[in-house]
Design a binder for this molecule. Structure first.
Ligand SMILES: [Ca+2]
Ligand SMILES: [Ca+2]
Length: 227
């Protein structure tokens, strides 16, 4: 009689133990996943070698896009936020989704700024363009472009306020050539990067690093060297 009663008690205990183990395993995996969840938005590489900052007036609803091409022909833009050693930290779309938490309440963040960071440098020419992706007003939009080289000490390579004149307007802010630690030949000779991203160039956004058709860029002509 006693032995028969002991059996269900043991079953309840083992069922409880089994469920507790399941719960602990579940919590372990959840916490592990949370630890590994990357904070993609707004990430700045602490080892950045160069920073390009593009800013337009606070609270302006226009969407400006930053395009940067490295000497290898990689192009970083909102649809290809990582290319070569460059990373677009944030695609600012004017007022769209611009909120910050203040005292646990969502308030509008007036800032309009995009940042591209280089975690390494390559010799050769870089091209920095700004594009008026969406214009809401008729007046030209002032856009400030700042290019800084961070090591061994902060050096402002370029700083200028340019104007964008309506949806689709693309302006070459600066082109510069790196040779070791030296920055040479800063110009603003126009060169479209938007066109290259739309015609299947290396920065076309079809997977990491773009497709395989791009190649070495000739620093003199700015053209892709056919292999
Ligand atoms: Ca943008
Ligand atoms: Ca904004």
């Amino acid at each position: 009689m006693f032995e028969e009663e002991a059996e269900p008690e043991f079953e309840i205990f083992s069922a409880l133990l089994f469920n507790a183990l399941k719960a602990i395993t579940f919590m372990f995996f959840i916490s592990f996943a949370m630890i590994n969840a990357p904070a993609e938005e707004g990430k700045i590489d602490p080892k950045a070698e160069m920073i390009i900052t593009v800013t337009w007036p606070d609270n302006n609803p226009d969407d400006v896009d930053t395009y940067v091409m490295d000497p290898a022909g990689n192009i970083v833009w909102y649809n290809q936020r990582e290319a070569g050693l460059m990373h677009l930290e944030r695609d600012d779309r004017g007022m769209f989704k611009d909120v910050i938490l203040l005292n646990n309440e969502e308030v509008t963040n007036p800032l309009n700024q995009e940042t591209v960071a280089f975690r390494g440098l390559q010799d050769g020419e870089y091209v920095v363009n700004i594009v008026h992706y969406i214009a809401n007003g008729a007046a030209p939009l002032p856009v400030e472009v700042k290019i800084e080289k961070l090591n061994p000490s902060v050096e402002v390579v370029f700083y200028q306020t340019l104007e964008l004149r309506g949806t689709g307007d693309e302006v070459t802010a600066a082109r510069f050539t790196l040779a070791g630690d030296e920055v040479e030949n800063v110009t603003n000779t126009p060169r479209s990067l938007v066109e290259m991203t739309r015609t299947g160039g290396k920065g076309a956004g079809n997977g990491p690093g773009g497709n395989t058709q791009g190649g070495q860029i000739d620093a003199a002509t700015g053209q892709v060297i056919q292999q």
